[in-house]
Ligand binder design. Structure first.
Ligand code: HAM
Length: 421
């Protein structure tokens, strides 16, 4: 039998109900904050990611699914959505009507990482991206929107980690300082980090290898190198978050795994997910739009890891999938013929409906209704037909009422809607 590709997975019911739930709340919540949905494709030119995420990142060096397209173009299954949203913003000149645009996207991303719990090769993100606003109020608003989204899903125990990565004015001095320090410790660094030291010393701060972590334990922090503007910007983000009672901690080791960030960078972490503790991450990328050929427009965004979020929601609400409102139990051919119609009409009227036409015994069908966690069972047999009254039984209270067959659909619909049954 042909099996799944390693690192990929099927998302099956009942888990899909949780996915639908987290996605629907995201849509509603983000739209309240003025975001509109964009759906870029999953395939882009490889150059888009090489230039935006950075040549010397793990994602670009090792994790992209890249293959030859037509006419010497290399194509890549998107490892993230931000670059695509920026490309679309530029390509369709979305800035020309109003430079301030807010988009969200929901969909799969692809990274050839080592699969483990909470880390997949096809995973899913909900992204939010804002263009045209450099005010620190937007940084705070975005983090507020993210934290209140998690609160709406009743997820607790999350911590916002915040750092500032500075700008092209102040980062070179920090880079130099870090590079000088690390050059004296190359024997402690892994091969990748030694190789990247010249081009991208910030990546060493993000390396998970034990000896690299030791080497950077007393590394300088970007915050100490911020220029006046970046310092004021970062202070304002924190003061608005304070005023809005959003708890956060400054994490000077937070550098993120993508190169495009400037100023505010953040991650939302939890202890409940084990090693893969980031449930969302984001930050400013004030130079990316221009770098990819667009006008000079500041931007900021984040991505929620839906696979990890679903795990948190499931741990909170183990029985997420609701059983049917009505489970029909037809006994005999005549009953089946009537039920065949009712089941369709009731489902069409907005009631979650199931029926079993297997012809098995009443006991077997009742057991199945129980297993499916049906709220009500509607029993129809020859006796009920003769009396023109089906039996509606509430599976929790075991209460029973007769339902006139000539008004069955309307009566059941009303009772279920009024939660009488
Ligand atoms: P990222 O930190 O690479 O940022 O990914 C964001 C989130 O996606 C992570 O916090 C994690 O929850 C989830 N994630 C990443 N890789 C995997 C994986 N292999 N398996 C499961 N979940 C994963 C970005 O992608 C940026 N584009 C975020 C952003 C948007 N920055 C600005 N705008």
């Amino acid at each position: 039998m042909i099996q799944l590709v390693r690192g990929f997975r099927d998302i099956l019911p009942p888990e899909t109900s949780v996915w639908q739930y987290v996605e629907s709340i995201a849509k509603e919540h983000f739209e309240n904050f003025g975001f509109r949905e964009m759906r870029p494709p999953v395939l882009e030119q490889a150059a888009l990611f090489q230039r935006s995420i950075g040549e010397h990142t793990d994602i670009v060096e090792k994790e992209m699914y890249t293959f030859a397209g037509s006419k010497d173009t290399m194509l890549t299954l998107r490892p993230e959505a931000t670059a695509s949203v920026v490309r679309a913003y530029i390509q369709h000149k979305l800035y020309s009507v109003d430079p301030i645009c807010k988009f969200y996207t929901i969909g799969p991303m692809f990274r050839k990482e080592r699969p483990q719990k909470g880390r997949y090769r096809q995973f899913h993100q909900i992204n939010a991206e804002v263009f045209g606003v450099d005010s620190p109020y937007m940084d705070a608003q975005l983090i507020f929107m993210l934290m209140t989204y998690f609160a709406r899903l009743s997820i607790t125990g999350l911590r916002a980690h915040l750092n500032s990565l500075g700008c092209p004015e102040c980062r070179p001095a920090f880079r130099q300082n870090l590079s000088d320090m690390l050059s004296a410790r190359t024997e402690k660094l892994c091969e990748d980090c030694v190789r990247r030291l010249d081009k991208n010393p910030l990546r060493v701060l993000d390396c998970k290898k034990e000896s690299c972590r030791e080497a950077v334990a007393d590394a300088p922090s970007m915050i100490d190198f911020l220029c006046g503007d970046c310092k004021r910007h970062f202070a304002a983000v924190q003061s608005v978050l304070d005023r809005m009672d959003v708890p956060f901690e400054i994490d000077t080791g937070l550098v993120r795994g993508l190169d495009y960030y400037t100023r505010t960078a953040f991650e939302i972490q939890t202890e409940e997910l084990g090693a893969q503790n980031a449930v969302a991450g984001g930050g400013r990328y004030d130079n990316l739009v221009e770098m990819l050929g667009g006008p000079s427009q500041p931007a900021i965004g984040f991505a929620v890891g839906v696979d990890r979020l679903v795990e948190l929601v499931e741990a909170k609400f183990p029985a997420f999938d609701a059983g049917p409102d009505v489970f029909f139990v037809p006994m005999g051919d005549a009953a089946m013929e009537m039920v065949a119609q009712w089941v369709c009409r009731l489902a069409d009227a907005g009631i979650r409906t199931e029926a079993d036409f297997s012809g098995r015994s009443l006991k077997a069908l009742m057991r199945r209704a129980d297993r499916m966690e049906a709220k009500n069972v509607l029993i129809v047999g020859d006796k009920e037909i003769a009396e023109n009254e089906a039996v509606l039984r509430n599976m929790k209270t075991r209460d029973q009422v007769g339902v006139p067959m000539d008004r069955l659909v309307d009566t059941v619909r009303e009772k279920v809607a009024r939660e009488e049954f």
